[in-house]
Design a protein around this ligand. Structure first.
Ligand code: PLP
Length: 485
């Protein structure tokens, strides 16, 4: 391309991107999934380019879309032993989860035509936020079952919450916050006996656990009673963002996820997923990558991921004042303060992750959480390990160790007096944008321009003491301002 204006525009984008966290090289341990293979990125780029202007809305006009979807769905079903499973390709994990809920809700309604109440979703506290979103969008009650401090949930506790109102039980393989695989094998068959659908959220695990090797509990379609499963190709399928697979054991469940109308004057609409017009670029990239890697390629990459995960978990175990939370299976884990650390020798995970970030590595803080009817969950730092991590593990381990040395003994930031000092934080009245801005300003989080804090520990401390609805409004305001002038 030689057009000068076009070159200048691209140069400007390069400048904008310079401030982003690096998406390749293993410096960020969440959000991005780096196989460490340049050929995969190049392949994805070229595949996406070939379908740049395709509209996935209509697979009868663009037959390549249906073909690529069939291949990606077939690959996904094969690795999770869904021999008769059917599926859809969505724009990501959230959309897959939303549609699993919509399908279960509509099938529940079809079976309970007389019902006047709201159907429910039963799930452990650790279930992904996408199910909170689904419950709110689609008017279901989310019935959260407390987990232990180690992130595990009892199958009996989940089943005890199930009733005639339950449209769906959700279990994860693994859950995001703690990397624990929920008791799929104990839940799904018993849910089935009650006539309740069971979704396995394998958004993050779906493309990696099948290749992990020994030592995992059963979690896939070999467990009777699993009715749907989500697997994000844009995580351990190494695709660019915008592609996930939602599998159903039953064709009618897939039909119930879709939308059709012939009741308007335009073209007859059939949308198997939530979008209308949709890009095929991420699908083509995922298709090409999965064709290229195949099960062998994914097995090799997973071996690197597993090795790096075990090394890093060992590093954490060796750091005084920290420990891995619970007993995760797979490539995710959370790090918490060691409750048995000697007095004054504990490491606060939030201040630790801020310090690790200053040393050049981005880990993800997770605030502590009070559970209804269960133990408080500790503040943690989340790590998602990818194949590229294997190549940089020593440097990362050094940063983790040094950061702990630098912050050891610092007490957690305590903002528990804040709601008393700032009554607006406690009131139930909904906040409008102006009122939310005032509170953010009082907290030093809103200036004239966009304001994002350098350190996240104070923000986490805030979230730990402010009632959830208020915290949600404040974060919404903070983020909304980022692209407003
Ligand atoms: C990532 C993830 C999701 C949501 O996926 P997005 O692709 O971010 O929309 C859902 N469940 C789990 C367990 C996840 O890790």
């Amino acid at each position: 391309m030689t057009d000068q204006r076009a070159e200048q525009i691209l140069a400007r984008l390069t400048e904008l991107r310079a401030d982003d966290a690096p998406t390749r090289g293993g410096r960020i341990l969440s959000y991005v999934y780096d196989p460490g293979l340049a050929v995969v990125d190049e392949l994805a780029r070229r595949a996406a380019q070939q379908v740049q202007h395709v509209n996935g809305l209509d697979p009868t006009t663009f037959g390549s879309v249906a073909r690529m979807e069939a291949d990606v769905i077939g690959f996904a079903a094969g690795i999770v032993h869904g021999d008769d499973a059917v599926g859809v390709v969505t724009s990501g994990g959230t959309e897959s989860c939303l549609l699993a809920v919509k399908s279960a809700r509509d099938r529940w309604r079809a079976r309970h035509r007389e019902a006047t109440g709201m159907p429910s979703i039963v799930a452990p506290t650790t279930v992904h936020a996408a199910f909170h979103k689904a419950a709110r969008y689609f008017d279901l009650r989310l019935d959260l079952v407390p987990v232990g401090e180690d992130g595990t949930v009892g199958a009996d506790d989940l089943l005890a919450r199930c009733s005639g109102d339950t449209a769906l039980v959700v279990v994860s393989a693994p859950c995001y916050p703690f990397g624990v695989i929920d008791p799929v094998a104990d839940v799904a068959p018993r849910a089935a006996a009650l006539g309740i659908a069971c979704h396995v959220d394998a958004c993050i695990g779906g493309w990696v656990l099948p290749f992990w090797g020994e030592g995992l509990p059963r979690w896939d379609f070999r467990v009777p009673g699993v009715t749907s499963m989500s697997l994000d190709a844009h995580k351990y399928g190494y695709s660019p963002k915008g592609v996930s697979v939602l599998l159903f054991a039953d064709r009618d469940a897939k039909r119930a996820a879709s939308f059709a109308t012939t009741d308007w004057p335009g073209y007859p609409v059939v949308n198997p997923t939530m979008l209308g017009s949709r890009s095929a670029t991420a699908l083509a990239a995922a298709w090409a990558i999965l064709e290229y890697l195949g099960a062998d390629g994914l097995t090799g990459l997973t071996a690197r991921t597993r090795q790096a995960t075990e090394t890093l978990a060992g590093v954490v175990a060796g750091i005084e004042g920290l420990r891995v939370a619970g007993a995760p299976s797979g490539p995710l884990f959370a790090v918490r303060t060691d409750p048995e650390a000697a007095a004054g020798r504990g490491v606060d995970p939030h201040q630790w992750s801020d310090r690790v970030r200053e040393l050049g590595w981005t880990l993800q803080p997770q605030p502590g959480l009070r559970q209804h009817g269960g133990p408080a969950l500790p503040p943690t730092t989340h790590l998602t390990v990818t194949p590229v991590t294997a190549g940089i593990v020593d440097a990362l381990a050094a940063a983790m160790t040094r950061a702990a040395d630098d912050v050891r003994g610092r007490p957690p930031i305590d903002l528990s007096a804040l709601p008393d000092a700032l009554p607006a934080l406690r009131s139930d009245a909904p906040l409008d944008s102006a009122a939310a801005t005032e509170i953010l300003a009082a907290l030093g989080l809103a200036g004239d321009g966009p304001a994002l804090p350098d350190h996240l520990a104070p923000v986490m401390a805030l979230l730990e003491v402010v009632p959830a609805p208020r915290a949600q409004e404040l974060l919404t305001e903070l983020l909304a301002r980022l692209n407003e002038r």
